[in-house]
Design a protein around this ligand. Structure first.
Ligand SMILES: [Zn+2]
Length: 422
């Protein structure tokens, strides 16, 4: 593996969308820097001898032929977009890592049995359209062209109208694949959390990807004068909401070992003035877990507690379900291959779940899917402070190369895959 090659690619891609004021990266979905990065990736793929295809939504799909072209391809990749003032590694690491796999194979004149496809996904971040992993949802058939007409960005632009004129419909000869005709999908990504760093581990082998269930709660009290309303005669929506929020935290803490996290990250107080008792409060709850049954059990307890607190405090409460997603279970045989790679190289590894969503989760229910994490400094991501050491990058890319190589062998079979939706 050529670590300088990887570092150079990371640096040149991160010139696209770089904000000199704070060091953040701004490759927002379908912005000029983001599309430039996609084009640059496609040109590097062509230079590496790959057959390149831009699909309708702007995913870049590039195929390196195998010894047996009829065998199902092994697919690796990640996303090329970022959040506003994001970091240098979230997404891009997995894209550049995938390119390095190809460059490694080329340099060593390795002809793999299975074809290899590398992908730079479009629009993984929810920053623009309030919806995550749109590129991989399109590629895996959860969205079609028509459904893109219903997705609107923060300024009112419709996704279909944005991608339709951009769509180059550059059809490679072989790069397009049937979504369920894939041998395996593998993604390298930074952890975006503190677990690996705290354990001094080099590699995280992901077993599950957690998914959220979200709610909006509106608590109705009575707005009145803060000076002339005695304490026993108040119906304060904010103190009621505060009790609810603390209860949500307490319930989630009871299920820490089951991987449950619950967050209230948005609160809107009316009238939000110093001398009025708050009459209405709205807040948003984000509840995540890797096990859907346990998550839904906690959701029920949270909803019951909110009702109970609202009754005790004589407020009225309206709860709106904002929707939920299914957690994904990743492939155990692929994890075992990565574990063996780590053992061979003496890398410290840890089996773990991902609290954040990734493109990989959209593949997990249709093909054997796995993820490799590397630690990032203080677990910080979606920030200009996102930081990864060169040694960690090298270990991550090496693990990606060796796991991919093993997967491309005809003799490596993944037999226990059986539609792993949980
Ligand atoms: Zn990401």
């Amino acid at each position: 593996m050529n670590i300088n090659n990887v570092l150079n690619h990371l640096a040149t891609f991160n010139e696209l969308g770089y904000n000199p004021d704070n060091g953040g990266i701004n490759r927002i979905a379908f912005s000029h820097p983001e599309r430039m990065a996609a084009l640059k990736f496609s040109m590097l793929c062509q230079r590496a001898g790959l057959d390149v295809y831009f699909d309708f939504i702007g995913n870049v799909i590039a195929r390196r032929e195998g010894k047996y072209p009829d065998l199902k391809p092994v697919v690796i990749g990640s996303h090329i977009d970022t959040v506003k003032d994001g970091g240098q590694y979230d997404g891009l690491l997995g894209v550049i890592g995938a390119l390095e796999v190809v460059e490694y194979l080329n340099k060593h004149h390795i002809e793999t049995d299975h074809p290899l496809i590398i992908i730079a996904f479009a629009c993984e971040e929810s920053a623009r359209f309030n919806e995550a992993t749109i590129g991989s949802k399109y590629l895996t058939g959860q969205y079609n062209r028509t459904s893109l007409k219903d997705i609107v960005d923060n300024d009112g632009y419709v996704l279909y109208d944005i991608v339709q004129p951009l769509s180059q419909e550059v059809r490679g000869q072989t790069a397009l694949f049937e979504r369920n005709q894939i041998k395996a999908f593998l993604e390298l990504h930074i952890e975006q959390g503190p677990i690996l760093e705290n354990n001094n581990d080099d590699i995280g082998i992901v077993t599950h990807i957690a998914a959220p269930h979200r709610f909006k709660v509106t608590v109705q009290g009575v707005t009145s004068h803060s000076g002339s309303t005695p304490m026993p005669m108040r119906t304060d929506a904010l103190t009621a909401a505060s009790e609810m929020i603390l209860k949500i935290e307490q319930l989630a803490q009871q299920y820490t070992n089951e991987g449950i996290v619950a967050t209230v990250g948005y609160v809107d107080v009316y009238p939000n003035t110093m001398n009025s008792i708050p009459g209405e409060v709205s807040f948003l709850i984000d509840i995540r877990g890797k096990d859907e049954a346990i998550r839904e059990d906690v959701v029920q307890q949270i909803l019951n507690s909110i009702d109970q607190i609202s009754t005790q405090r004589h407020t009225h409460c309206k709860i709106t379900d904002l929707g939920n997603e299914h957690p994904a279970k990743l492939n155990a045989e692929m994890a075992k291959i990565t574990e063996n790679v780590c053992k061979q190289h003496g890398f410290e590894y840890k089996y773990m779940y991902s609290g954040a969503g990734h493109d990989a989760m959209n593949f997990a229910s249709i093909v054997p899917t796995s993820m490799i994490f590397i630690p990032c400094k203080d677990g910080i991501s979606h920030s200009p402070l996102e930081s990864v050491t060169t040694a960690q990058i090298a270990k991550g890319v090496q693990t990606l190369i060796d796991t991919t190589l093993e997967l491309t062998h005809k003799t490596t079979t993944l037999e226990d895959f059986d539609n792993q939706v949980i």
